[in-house]
Design a protein around this ligand. Structure first.
Ligand code: FES
Length: 170
């Protein structure tokens, strides 16, 4: 009797083991499939795609405000999520302006009223580059072209930004 009991228990052991191994293998196969199905939803958008930058249009004023978001970048086998920034405001006509903060001289980051000596302008601290509120480079300072503007659209009252489009210098 005890031998029969032992055999049953071996059988049970084998059942548990095989079920466990089978379950483990199934999970190993299903997990990547599940990840592939869900991943695009969780991933930040790629460069150039319109992104909800989390700013309601009604909260955009005539004073430039800084907006930050992330995109997904694939460079060969390397994936990263670099941040993007824009200076956003409404002009006198109520149109939304979204400027890239990347200085067109050598690529430093400009700030709105970044210099006390130059109020109402964008200022680049690297070589004292300056831009007027509409992003046009101030003559006599190092930048030779205006700040790029982001493609934009509004959906459900929220601002979406896309690619930064370079502008030609005057
Ligand atoms: S990088 Fe902005 S002025 Fe040189």
């Amino acid at each position: 009797m005890s031998e029969e009991k032992q055999q049953v228990s071996r059988r049970q052991f084998l059942n548990y083991t095989l079920t466990g191994v089978g379950g483990f293998m199934a999970a190993g196969l299903l997990a990547p499939m599940l990840r592939m199905a869900i991943d695009p939803v969780l991933q930040p958008p790629s460069e150039g795609e319109f992104v909800n930058v989390g700013l309601a249009v009604e909260d955009i004023t005539t004073t430039p405000q800084r907006v930050d978001w992330k995109i997904k970048q694939v460079d060969g086998w390397y994936e990263s999520e670099p941040g993007r920034t824009a200076w956003v405001y409404k002009d006198d006509n109520g149109d939304i302006i979204a400027l890239s903060p990347i200085c067109t001289h050598l690529g430093c980051v400009v700030s709105w009223e970044g210099s006390e000596d130059h109020p109402n302008q964008f200022f680049c601290p690297c070589h004292d580059g300056r831009y007027t509120k509409d992003g046009v480079n101030v003559k006599g300072t190092p930048p030779l072209a205006p700040l790029p503007t982001f493609e934009q659209k509004v959906e459900n009252g929220m601002l979406y930004l896309g690619k930064a489009i370079p502008r030609k210098g005057a």
